[in-house]
Design a binder for this molecule. Structure first.
Ligand code: TXA
Ligand code: MG
Length: 329
């Protein structure tokens, strides 16, 4: 199969719609990462997403909607707090989990009785969703367990020959996957951290829990139990306070002729003398935005990426650190 990369215009949208209506998949940009979309009503199409990615078949997908889509056709109960959160953060990088009406294919939620719903803010995503006018099930458009894609080229690197079309909407501005928020209980509960933080949710509705899996418990968000986001080279992570150890390892590897890169934010970069640095930037927004891009850059030339955690670890950095730990096994 030939994989086309096309800018988002009338022609590519018409082609994308035709592919989706015929049970195919299309990669598209969002403000977080690129997604791989199929018609959520079409069980076969949804199943093909799992095959193409090599995704475990117990890890449910998020349904993506345009901003005017009537969500009440998909989910049964929407607590009052979820309406306030939708008003505050949507369209945007927040996925909300509700009780499902089971109108979409059961393959989307892997048989669970809930449905994760997301209204992305990326203008290209909105155009695509509006044009197709269907709920589209979409995971991140990477091969399972690899780093999520934040550009059309990243999608191409992973899925060339396996999908017909990548809609190119440029580099994603957010850089890490959406916050997944369970809205089935009395209090919203974060299942996956992201750009909409626990503090931001609590500021709107008063309180917000964060899910921590207890021993022996059945995991509430199956994606959390899998190794994720790993580059194709060795990756190790050092705490900010252990950064001298990271530099020592860097020198040791370099002296042995191993191709090594240091992944860190600008503050850490200024204080070290390593020559090959994958610089994540200064602010927490920049760091999130550059994380996957730099991990993918590093794997193209390095045998080992040595990461140093930023000093600041609250707010958006909770989500960034969660990804960094998973990337480093
Ligand atoms: O930013 C994003 O969310 C991107 C873009 C493409 O929208 N999508 C994304 O999808 O990251 P994916 O499939 O890589 O991650 C979906 C996460 C998984 O951790 C999955 O377990 C969780 O959402 N999830 C999906 N449906 C769920 C449900 N019904 N209950 C609990 N967790 C759910
Ligand atoms: Mg993913």
């Amino acid at each position: 199969m030939v994989t086309q990369i096309l800018p988002i215009d009338e022609n590519s949208l018409a082609l994308a719609k035709e592919i989706i209506l015929n049970g195919g998949v299309v990669a598209f940009p969002t403000e977080t990462v690129y997604g791989l979309a199929a018609n959520a009503y079409d069980g076969k199409a949804v199943e093909s997403i799992f095959k193409i990615k090599g995704r475990p078949n117990d890890n449910p997908l998020i349904v993506h909607l345009h901003r005017d889509y009537d969500i009440s056709s998909l989910v049964s109960a929407q607590p009052q707090y979820s309406k306030l959160l939708a008003e505050a953060f949507l369209p945007g990088p927040l996925t909300m989990v509700y009780k499902s009406k089971k109108s979409v294919s059961s393959a989307v939620s892997c048989g669970m009785d809930t449905l994760a719903v997301r209204i992305p803010s990326h203008s290209g995503a909105q155009k695509f969703l509006k044009y197709v006018n269907l709920p589209l099930a979409a995971p991140s458009a990477n091969v399972s367990k690899h780093v999520s894609p934040v550009s059309a080229e990243h999608v191409f690197d992973d899925l060339n020959g396996k999908i017909p079309l990548i809609l190119d909407g440029g580099k994603c501005s957010g850089g890490i996957e959406s916050t997944v928020l369970d809205c089935t209980g009395n209090v919203p509960c974060i299942l996956r951290s992201g750009l909409v933080t626990r503090e931001m949710v609590a500021a709107v509705v008063g309180e917000c829990d964060e899910y921590v899996m207890k021993d022996g418990e059945r995991v509430r968000s199956p994606g959390m139990k899998y190794k994720h986001y790993s580059p194709r080279c060795q990756t190790v992570l050092f705490d900010y306070n252990d950064r001298e150890k990271a530099y020592a390892l860097y020198r040791e590897k370099q002296n042995k002729g191993v191709r090594v890169a240091l992944l860190c934010d600008s503050q850490v970069a200024r204080g070290c003398d390593c020559s090959c640095i994958l610089n994540l930037g200064e602010t927490e927004r920049e760091i999130a935005c550059n994380l996957y891009d730099k991990l993918r850059e590093g794997e193209t030339f390095a045998d080992i990426i040595i990461a140093v955690a930023p000093l600041k670890q609250d707010g958006i950095m909770v989500g960034v650190m969660n990804r960094l730990r998973k990337a480093c096994g």
